[in-house]
Design a protein around this ligand. Structure first.
Ligand code: NAP
Length: 292
């Protein structure tokens, strides 16, 4: 079994991006600037946004964190999105999801200019992804593809089973792996909570991508010998042995599945750091696309 070390792979991407920033600085060019909007005080969202800001610092990007209380109105949030769309100093921005229930997430996502949508969630960018046209790829699926690529995993002709069909992970990664690209050219089965015989379907998979949010859902008996396992799940579970009282748990029973897998991502340290690396790649591209 070989560990798909997302932390190490993301670190090598960070070094490459930092080098590009250094060269841009020497040439007196603009430095990429990412803005992030965070609504509320959810611990998970705060951790993710802080990690994105920290990655910007490490690479040498500029970053701006905009925070609102849980009670912020949809109108105020949409006005901020419009202002960021028009702000020439900002190359790309994200609105950290989930948003409070009184705010329509799709409305906010659609209000972001596709040219600054570095999370790749806007319908225009998702459409470009489907048609294999230039655009911003959603950060987590793009991170998974990059992890597969940089670790030399052959996907062509392989059966890939994706568990979970969310707009941000399962659905886009299934399309990206089915495209005529490298990595890609997989025969993909996209599964969800209504799928029958999931265990049997998984047993025939060369690659399993689990994005469900159920700790330990993928067990060893679901996995064939030599399969590649990508675990996207990040659920906080209580753990009194940790000072903070919890730990992050993936969707895969790592201890037992790793004994059968050829490659497997850990949680944490697998897909999470690659998501942030993709966001940084998209931010640099957002600036370059504007000819800056
Ligand atoms: P989501 O919106 O929470 O949806 C979960 C998906 O899992 C749904 O499609 C659901 O099916 C499916 N599902 C639930 N129970 C199932 C079952 N018993 N069998 C088969 N499918 C089942 O998904 P998400 O936003 O992609 O999040 C999934 C996990 O990934 C979460 O733990 C999240 O925190 C994590 N995540 C991590 C990163 C990262 O960077 N590491 C990024 C994004 C998300 P239905 O559609 O039928 O309801």
């Amino acid at each position: 079994m070989q560990l798909l070390d997302g932390k190490a792979t993301a670190e090598s991407i960070r070094v490459e991006l930092a080098e590009q920033v250094k060269i841009r600085k020497q040439e007196g060019k603009k430095i990429p600037h990412l803005a992030a909007i965070l609504v509320g005080n959810d611990g998970g969202s705060l951790t993710y946004v802080n990690a994105k800001v920290k990655a910007c610092d490490q690479i040498g990007f500029e970053s701006t964190l905009i925070r609102y209380d849980d009670s912020v109105s949809e109108e105020v949030l949409l006005a901020k999105v419009k202002a960021l769309n028009e702000d020439k100093s900002i190359d790309g921005f994200i609105v950290q999801l989930p948003l409070p229930k009184h705010i329509d997430e799709m409305k906010v996502t659609q209000a972001i200019s596709p040219l600054k949508d570095v999370d790749g969630f806007h319908p225009v960018n998702l459409g470009n992804m489907v048609l294999n046209l230039p655009g911003f790829l959603p950060a987590t699926p793009a991170g998974i593809i990059e992890l597969i690529k940089r670790n030399g995993i052959d996907t062509s002709g392989k059966h890939c089973v994706v568990i979970g069909r969310s707009n941000i992970v399962g659905m886009p990664v299934s399309i990206m792996l089915a495209r005529n690209t490298n990595p890609g050219n997989c025969t993909v089965t996209l599964t969800h909570s209504k799928t029958k015989n999931l265990k049997e379907i998984c047993q025939s998979a060369d690659i399993i991508i689990a994005a469900i949010g159920r700790p330990g859902f993928v067990t060893a008996e679901m996995v064939k010998e030599g399969a590649v396992i990508i675990d996207v799940g990040t659920t906080r579970v209580n753990d009194s042995s940790r000072a903070r009282g919890w730990r992050l748990c993936g969707d895969v029973d790592f201890e037992n599945v790793s004994k059968k897998a050829s490659f497997i991502t850990p949680v944490p340290g697998g897909v999470g750091p690659m998501t942030i690396a993709s966001l940084m790649i998209n931010t640099l591209r957002a600036m370059e696309l504007k000819g800056k």
